[in-house]
Design a protein around this ligand. Structure first.
Ligand code: ASP
Ligand code: MG
Length: 468
């Protein structure tokens, strides 16, 4: 049994959905036990959330506009995919029922001028409910028995709306109880990505881009033999091909490497996707739905030979470096604890931490949009330390970028860091801060944003990653 996940561009219009059908048909010949997971059509989630945000500001027309546009888009795809009148009418009724719920909730939001988190999650997840019905209908046209499933009956989560955490044991029970009978009956379930629900049945979402994660969760629940992420890229690469034209696709990487790369800016996979798969050693494949014949990347516990000492170099831009500094920080315990507690309480995500051994300062990287909030939170939380003079400043430097070099080959091998930093120095790029994970498969450092591309290219070149 395999789980096949298709992202927003892979279900973006009728043509793309036809391509999806061809891919599923080709798999179906070998093994009919398939579960398909879909994202919303490209752009739909943003459209829904923008309309809801406009409604909060009292703009009801935004809801009507979004409703009309989303209806047009889905009905048009349906018209192209399902020629049979009766079947098409029945589906239009289903899509309209969902779209009408959106319109009513939207009007409610405009009326009260507020968007409670649970309403936001319901609205955000509507695109997947629409696309799952569309895709199931398209598969049926091709002679594959397909049934849409809303994942709020399958993926059981806590109530952290917007970034809900799945309960894997409860999810396995619910998923197996509902999907195994469908699979046994020869059906291909087409499941909504991105959404789940609390045990009480209140819909949640797994976080933006979370449909990949849904596929990982369902793959683990069903003990699939593989999870395949069908996307619009060829796989994990040695670098972002827009920055480095000679970048190569990595045929094989380990779970840990893929996790680091996904975390540090490789956009091909949601970083949490692998978590449920790792304990069960279920391999994951990244494949390009625009070029299904391309081999893609295999992600698993073991990897084959690789010709270079590192595998990939990535960068994340639009970040800020926050430095908590003061000569009196030396030897005073608790400042780091207070700093991180304050940042966490402000709901800010920290991407990198580094402290100099003189203990005079503590650096953390956050997204540029969070910098102001983080600084305010730190001033408040460290008020006593400021008063006593042991903390003197909270500095913000932006825009900066993290460059991350990843590869299991650097573990226990001396000299890799030296090669990285001499390449960066030769490119005339100044390094602001450095961090290495103790797993030794990642070295990350901070540079000015306008220097990040130079640093990436210099490292890619130094390690010969572009040579085939
Ligand atoms: N549709 C959701 C989003 O845009 C989830 C996904 O596509 O993975 O974030
Ligand atoms: Mg995605």
């Amino acid at each position: 049994m395999k789980v096949l996940k298709f992202g927003g561009t892979s279900v973006g219009d009728a043509d793309r959905i036809r391509q999806l059908v061809a891919i599923v048909q080709a798999e179906h010949v070998w093994d009919a036990r398939l579960v398909v997971v879909v994202s919303a059509m490209a752009g739909v989630t943003n459209r829904l959330l923008e309309a809801a945000a406009a409604a909060v500001r009292g703009n009801v027309a935004a809801i009507a506009d979004a409703h009309a546009e989303l209806r047009r888009r889905h009905v048009e795809a349906l018209r192209q995919l399902v020629p049979d009148d009766a079947e098409r009418r029945a589906l239009t009724v289903e899509l309209d029922a969902l779209l009408d719920r959106f319109a009513r909730i939207g009007e409610g939001i405009a009326l009260v001028g507020e968007l409670p988190p649970r309403a936001q999650d319901f609205v955000a997840g509507l695109g997947e409910r629409l696309s799952a019905r569309l895709v199931a209908a398209a598969l049926r046209q091709a002679g594959i028995g397909a049934t849409p499933f809303d994942a709020d009956r399958l993926i059981i989560t806590d109530d952290t709306f917007g970034a809900a955490v799945p309960d894997l044991a409860a999810t396995a029970l619910a998923t197996r109880a509902r999907l195994l009978p469908a699979l046994d009956a020869g059906q291909v379930p087409v499941v909504t990505g991105f959404i789940g629900a609390t045990p009480e049945g209140i819909p949640t979402t797994l976080g933006r881009g979370g449909s990949d994660y849904s596929a990982g969760i369902l793959g683990a629940a069903l003990e699939a033999e593989a999870v395949v992420i069908w996307t619009d890229a060829d796989g994990f690469m040695t670098a972002d091909p827009r920055l480095v034209p000679t970048a190569q696709v990595l045929a094989e990487i380990s779970y840990t490497e893929a996790g680091e790369l996904a975390y540090y800016g490789a956009k091909v996979l949601h970083p949490k996707t692998l978590l449920p798969l790792i304990p069960k050693a279920i391999p994951l494949y990244i494949k390009n739905s625009f070029r299904p014949q391309a081999p893609g990347t295999r992600v698993s516990a073991t990897t084959g030979e690789w010709r270079a000492d590192i595998k990939s170099v990535t960068s994340i831009n639009r970040l800020a470096l926050i430095t908590v500094a003061g000569r009196g920080m030396l030897g005073i315990p608790g400042i780091a604890a207070k700093t991180f507690a304050a940042v966490a309480a402000a709901g800010v995500n920290v991407l990198l931490i580094s402290q100099s051994s003189s203990e005079n300062n503590l650096c953390l990287m956050v997204e540029a949009g969070d910098a102001g909030r983080t600084r305010t939170a730190l001033h408040k939380a460290l008020a006593v330390e400021f008063h006593h003079g042991c903390v003197e400043r909270v500095d913000v430097l932006q825009p900066v970028a993290i460059v991350a070099v990843v590869g299991a080959g650097m573990r226990g091998r001396p000299g890799i860091a030296a090669r990285i930093f001499s390449a960066v120095a030769a490119a005339d790029v100044n390094v602001i801060a450095i961090a290495q994970g103790s797993s030794e498969i990642n070295i990350s450092f901070v540079v000015r944003e306008d220097a990040s591309a130079h640093a990436v290219r210099a490292i890619h070149e130094q390690f010969g990653l572009g040579a085939a």
